[in-house]
Design a protein around this ligand. Structure first.
Ligand SMILES: NC(=O)c1ccc[n+]([C@@H]2O[C@H](COP(=O)([O-])OP(=O)(O)OC[C@H]3O[C@@H](n4cnc5c(N)ncnc54)[C@H](OP(=O)(O)O)[C@@H]3O)[C@@H](O)[C@H]2O)c1
Length: 300
């Protein structure tokens, strides 16, 4: 998918958040996950400095170091501004956000070093910071693009007014807003986030598109969205010869705003079916049937 600044990401992305939780985090296991993604057409890898208590970027970096040719086959997204309470940051007393130019610039340098690359394809501000100085952050982000350290910038979890504020102090266009969106989280369709993105022709990235796995794990729990959706997803999956995940992701990708789902499985056999979602047909009424089941009521 082409973004406004010429950054190009794959139609679906792979999220690295859970990488450190995998039973096998060896270089070979991570190379196998990356290869499985590439085979499915997923070339975009979504990181954040904090993932795995600041370890996931380095785990991924070990794989690139083992096979440097990978760098030219993939796009790297990473994020900054969350400061966790972590042994890595002994002076942090409270979890907070830091959008100061000093922090953002140093964070980019750390991400480049940990992943072992010269440039980040897309840098996202991870969460809106109540203390954000938009003038300072805007010119810092423009400066990072001018320096060649990042190719494009965007935001994550921003409301429309947060996007407007930061964009108003920047020369470069914000490329995306990465938000929680999917059958387990439909609020952005009505809270202004999707409408704002479409207004500005800004494709979205959807995090936890399966609700962090709850779409599957809660399917047998009465009263949940997952339980309501289960039978319909299974019927559609059978009809199209795919798995239920593919139907749920196709539902998300059907939206005209342009949605890049950020997939989170560590399991090779699951990654190996991700691409199915790109071939599942979705018509308006099927979309609404799933939307109604997700929300638990018909539209007004
Ligand atoms: N910007 C933000 O604030 C933000 C926040 C959260 C996440 N993210 C990004 O979004 C990415 C994806 O998030 P996510 O991992 O929550 O995505 P997700 O796809 O909603 O959930 C992935 C989880 O679902 C499980 N799962 C997948 N398929 C399954 C199946 N068929 N049956 C049962 N369980 C299944 C996976 O377990 P297995 O590994 O066992 O398959 C994994 O634990 C993250 O890696 C990160 O890059 C961004």
């Amino acid at each position: 998918m082409h973004f406004a600044n010429g950054v190009e990401l794959s139609a679906m992305a792979y999220g690295v958040w859970r990488l450190a939780d995998a039973t096998d985090t060896s270089v070979n296991a991570n190379l196998a996950r990356i290869d499985a993604c590439l085979a499915q057409g997923l070339t975009t890898f979504d990181h954040a400095d904090i993932y795995g208590d600041y370890r996931c970027e380095a785990l991924f970096g070990e794989a690139i170091k083992a096979r440097p040719a990978l760098r030219d086959q993939i796009e790297i997204v990473t994020k900054t501004d969350i400061m966790l309470l972590s042994s890595q940051w002994p002076n942090t007393r409270v979890k907070h956000y830091d959008t100061s130019p000093m922090h953002v610039t140093a964070s980019v340098e750390r991400s480049l070093t940990r992943i072992g690359v010269d440039v980040i394809d897309l840098l996202l501000i991870h969460r809106p910071d109540p203390l954000m100085d938009a003038d300072a952050l805007g010119s810092c982000l423009d400066g990072l693009i001018a320096s060649g350290k990042v190719r494009g910038v965007g935001v994550s979890n921003f409301m429309p007014w947060d996007v407007e504020l930061l964009q108003s102090r920047m020369t470069n266009r914000l490329q995306t807003n990465q938000i929680e969106l999917g059958l387990m989280q439909t609020k952005p369709f009505t809270n202004g986030q999707v409408a704002h993105a479409q207004t500005h022709r800004m494709p979205l990235m959807a995090w936890s598109p399966l609700g962090g796995g709850r779409l599957l794990s809660e399917a047998d729990q009465p009263g949940t969205a997952a339980a309501r959706l289960n039978q319909k997803l299974a019927d559609l999956a059978n009809q199209h010869g795919v798995d239920t995940v593919a139907v749920a992701i196709a539902w998300l990708m059907h939206h005209p705003v342009g949605v890049i789902p950020v997939m989170g499985s560590n399991q090779i056999d699951r990654i190996a079916t991700f691409g199915q979602a790109m071939d599942v047909p979705m018509d308006r009424q099927t979309w609404y049937e799933l939307y109604e089941l997700a929300n638990g009521h018909e539209v007004p």
